[in-house]
Design a protein around this ligand. Structure first.
Ligand code: F6P
Length: 404
């Protein structure tokens, strides 16, 4: 009789650590007496045509620290089950039946689906259809509820922090305002963590409404203290003050976000007449080797996903509840996004250090539990324009004083 089999696929946008999960699944499966097969290009490889490779020690050796995924991935195609937050699209029953047939014919005891919210929503539909799946949470955005961390996030913030470190020195040398646009479609975790780690002065995220007046106010305030450069970090998904995101709509697919950094920079430059430059980090955040943290997390996820299959706990997803790896029903992870708590400790700490979230909150009350948008002491746009020259004088006076 042929050996028992475990299947694995990687779906959605890639991120560092996918190969570490694959390796973790393969090594654990082999150790427990299973054969392992990897389906190619996400869910697409499951049906019409079925495309997979046999995964062994030999073809997974040395991939622990490699970026990308040896199985390929896609966030488009026949299995794209969400086009936005909670916009579940029902999969074609014929597709579901085809996948079930593949799983049965290949004798797969359990299929490990590695993906973010959209991909796990597909896994949930598979589960409801009776296909034996378990989930592994992946996304650089770290926006899946039911887990403290998704793998890929730490590598992404490492990349963004590194970029801020570099921007810091050149911003200081040239006395420029530097705007860094980072990923983060629905949640500002990357902007928040990289902003804190890289000494950002202004952090703009989807969870906290902000105004240009407040951003300019912060820049001028820094100048009045002799700091003639500013680092602004903005999440691609941060909403504009006038409402809406920046990016291009695509029919039947998620909008492609991007461009808010440039808009913010242009607005600052036109209001304050200060040289303002933009860098867009884009897919650099998704490439390259995983950090140590992500390797450990991804490896543990891989091993524990196999445990879920062996124990027959289908429809569950591994998750990280520090310090342990646990599991939750996949439905819990896809029903709600995990966004930054605008009154959480990380935001409070940043405010306590003087970081502005563009909402006009002063740093005198960083630990109060409410975002007081009504009473913000921000200048109006005309105030800011009028005050620009005046504040420059103050900044120069402060600099002179510092030198004397
Ligand atoms: O969901 C992860 C993510 O990196 C988002 O932050 C970003 O908007 C999206 O993927 C980009 O996807 P794509 O590579 O398909 O443009």
């Amino acid at each position: 009789m042929s050996k028992k089999r475990i299947g694995i696929l990687t779906s959605g946008g890639d991120c560092p650590g996918l190969n570490a999960v694959i390796r973790g699944v393969v090594k654990t499966s082999v150790q427990l007496g299973y054969d392992c097969v990897g389906f190619l290009k996400g869910y697409e490889g499951l049906y019409d045509p079925v495309r997979y490779i046999t995964l062994t020690h030999k073809n997974t050796t040395g991939i622990l620290n490699e970026g990308g995924t040896i199985l390929g991935s896609t966030n488009k195609g026949r299995f794209a089950a969400t086009v936005g937050v909670a916009d579940r699209v029902e999969l074609d029953p014929e597709l579901l039946e085809g996948v079930k047939t593949t799983i049965d014919q290949l004798g797969i005891e359990g299929l490990v689906c590695v993906g973010g919210d959209g991909s796990l929503a597909v896994a949930q539909q598979f589960h409801e259809y009776g296909i034996p799946v378990v989930g592994v949470p992946k996304t650089i955005d770290n926006d899946l509820s039911a887990t403290a961390f998704t793998f890929g996030f730490d590598s992404a913030i490492e990349c963004a922090t590194n970029a801020l470190d570099r921007l810091h020195t050149t911003a200081a040398s040239h006395e420029r305002i530097m705007v860094l646009e980072v990923m983060g479609r629905h949640a500002g975790w990357i902007a928040l963590h990289a902003g804190i780690a890289g000494g950002g002065d202004v952090i703009l995220i989807p969870e906290i409404p902000w105004t240009y007046e407040s951003v300019c106010h912060k820049i001028l305030d820094r100048e009045s203290h002799g700091k003639r450069f500013t680092l602004v970090v903005v999440a691609e998904g941060a909403e504009l003050p006038e409402g809406g995101n920046v990016g291009s709509e695509r029919s039947g697919a998620q909008a492609r976000l991007g461009g808010i950094g440039q808009m913010v920079a242009e607005e600052i430059e036109s209001r304050l007449h200060r040289e303002t430059r933009t860098s867009v980090l884009g897919h650099l955040q998704r490439g390259g080797a995983p950090t140590t943290f992500d390797r450990v997390l991804a490896t543990q996820y891989g091993a524990h996903a196999v445990r879920l299959v062996v124990e027959g706990r289908f429809g569950e997803m591994v998750c990280y509840h520090p310090p342990e790896i646990e599991s939750v029903p996949i439905i819990e992870a896809v029903n709600q996004l995990r966004q930054v708590d605008a009154n959480g400790s990380a935001v409070q700490a940043a405010r306590a250090l003087g970081v502005s979230f563009g909402d006009g909150r002063t740093d005198e009350s960083p630990f109060t539990a409410q975002v007081e948008l009504e009473s913000e002491p921000v200048a109006t746009s005309s105030d800011v324009e009028l005050d620009a020259e005046f504040t420059l004088d103050i900044a120069e006076a402060a600099a002179e004083e510092a030198l004397s």
